[in-house]
Design a protein around this ligand. Structure first.
Ligand code: IMP
Length: 430
């Protein structure tokens, strides 16, 4: 194996952190390739719960080298705070183990202010962003006025870039959004204060990944958010600002597409979504509240309650095709225990027509009606199940139906947050 990509097959929060941690056990290099501190990957190791926003989950494996790829947008303050909290847990987060691509863009304080100002102005059409400055930072990247990690080595360049950026940003902040304008000198000074601690981490991540590829070592490319938050293929405009699909892993790290030999989709056994946007199987009733409470469905980054609903197989089918998913890891199956009846959305109805795919025009997904299949629920607590055979028949039937509808085998089943609360039923050697 060379590179394996893991992606969230729904709208994020599928439990990628747990599987990134499991898969990183045999990986030599683990890289994040998109997004920023909007992500929140929760990993349970023994009794400890570790939440990572920027640093790849592989940091918990002593032998691995972790990389923050060029496709990531890096918030220096969050990065340093995360380093400090991992170090306090006794984890080695030295530059020997962690690198940042010089091509990764830096989230500046004005990006965060613009993110918040825009959201405040959107009113009922709020995207519900995490307020972490993600969109405005990617805008500057595309506009070719962004600040990259490598620029931290060149204070003069930083100064001119910040001054130029603030001419525009201050006009927006002050005149349109009625926010306080920002002072270029002060912004530069703050960044230069943080730079000395960040500089040793800025390394040639391309070379590191290529060396691992040449030696045939395992590489894990860790996606953040979910496929349907992808800037191109997601439920636009209710999306994040990066390519969350598996294809983003190559642009976001410099690895060629031919390096990827496996894509694993992480899918929750039901569906959740944070923020605004269409969600055909959303449950606004007691069942939705039950899933929210039992599944602890609160954002790891913002603490916001997640919207909950039945599993949507149309969403999974679309993910499978967009990403070439080879296998699924199904998470939080234990949360569904004790529900008398389970529902899976197998198609949609739109204007009297049956669709077995997600409509592409903006606004149409908000108008579809889910077509449901009903399956018997399972009563037993499955958190102690170690083997697939131990699962109740009804749970096995539920899994089998997901496989049929999405066209992808479910090779891992997660029955709890811990590493060992995982059933592996694939035929391939792990
Ligand atoms: P942004 O990425 O902060 O710009 O937010 C855009 C949309 O993506 C909002 O609906 C967020 O709630 C959602 N989002 C961003 N990151 C995550 C994540 O890690 N999990 C789930 N939703 C996310």
């Amino acid at each position: 194996m060379s590179a394996r990509v893991i992606i969230g097959a729904q709208w994020g929060d599928e439990g990628k952190g747990k599987f990134a941690d499991i898969f990183s056990a045999d990986a030599r290099v683990i890289a994040r390739y998109q997004g920023g501190a909007n992500a929140g990957h929760t990993i349970k190791v023994g009794d400890r719960e570790i939440i990572l926003h920027l640093i790849p989950s592989g940091i918990l494996r002593e032998d691995a080298k972790c990389a923050i790829g060029n496709g990531v947008v890096l918030d220096p303050e969050v990065f340093l705070a995360e380093i400090d909290s991992l170090a306090a847990e006794g984890i080695d987060v030295s530059p020997r183990r962690l690198a940042i691509s010089p091509k990764a863009h830096i989230i500046m304080p004005y990006h965060k202010n613009l993110d918040k100002a825009r959201e405040a102005r959107r009113g009922s059409r709020k995207i519900g962003t995490t307020g972490r400055g993600i969109g405005p930072c990617y805008e500057d990247k595309a506009c070719r006025i962004g600040i990259r990690a490598g620029d931290l080595r060149r204070p003069e360049l930083l100064k001119s870039k910040i001054e130029a950026a603030l001419v525009e940003k201050n006009a927006l902040l002050r005149d349109l959004y009625k926010f306080e304008p920002m002072d270029a000198e002060a912004v530069l000074e703050e960044l230069l204060k943080l730079a000395p601690r960040i500089l040793p981490y800025i390394q040639n991540t391309d070379a590191e990944l290529r060396a691992a590829l040449d030696k045939g070592e395992n590489i894990l490319l860790e996606g953040a958010q979910g496929v349907h938050l992808d800037i191109d293929h997601g439920t636009y405009p209710y999306v994040t600002s990066s390519n969350t699909v598996a294809g983003g892993a190559t642009c976001g790290t410099s690895l060629p597409p031919s390096a990827i030999d496996e894509v694993v989709g992480i899918a929750k056994a039901y569906t959740t979504r944070v923020g605004g946007g269409p969600f055909p199987t959303e449950l606004l009733d007691d069942t939705g509240r039950y899933l929210q409470a039992k599944g602890h469905e609160y954002g790891a980054t913002t603490g916001r309650p997640r919207r909950c609903g039945w599993l949507d197989a149309v969403v999974l089918r679309e993910s499978a095709r967009l990403n070439g998913i080879d296998r699924f890891a199904l998470t939080k199956l234990d949360v569904l225990a004790n529900l008398p009846r389970l529902q899976i959305c197998s198609a949609y109805e739109l204007d009297g027509e049956r669709l077995d795919y997600m409509p592409q025009d903006e606004g149409d997904l908000a108008r579809v009606k889910p077509v449901y299949e009903f399956l018997p629920g399972f009563e037993d607590d499955i958190s102690g199940c170690e083997k697939y055979e131990d699962l109740p028949e009804e749970a096995k039937n539920y899994i089998a139906r997901i496989e049929e509808l999405a066209g992808v085998p479910v090779d891992w089943i997660s029955t709890g947050p811990k590493r060992d609360e995982t059933i592996y039923r694939g035929v391939r050697q792990e």
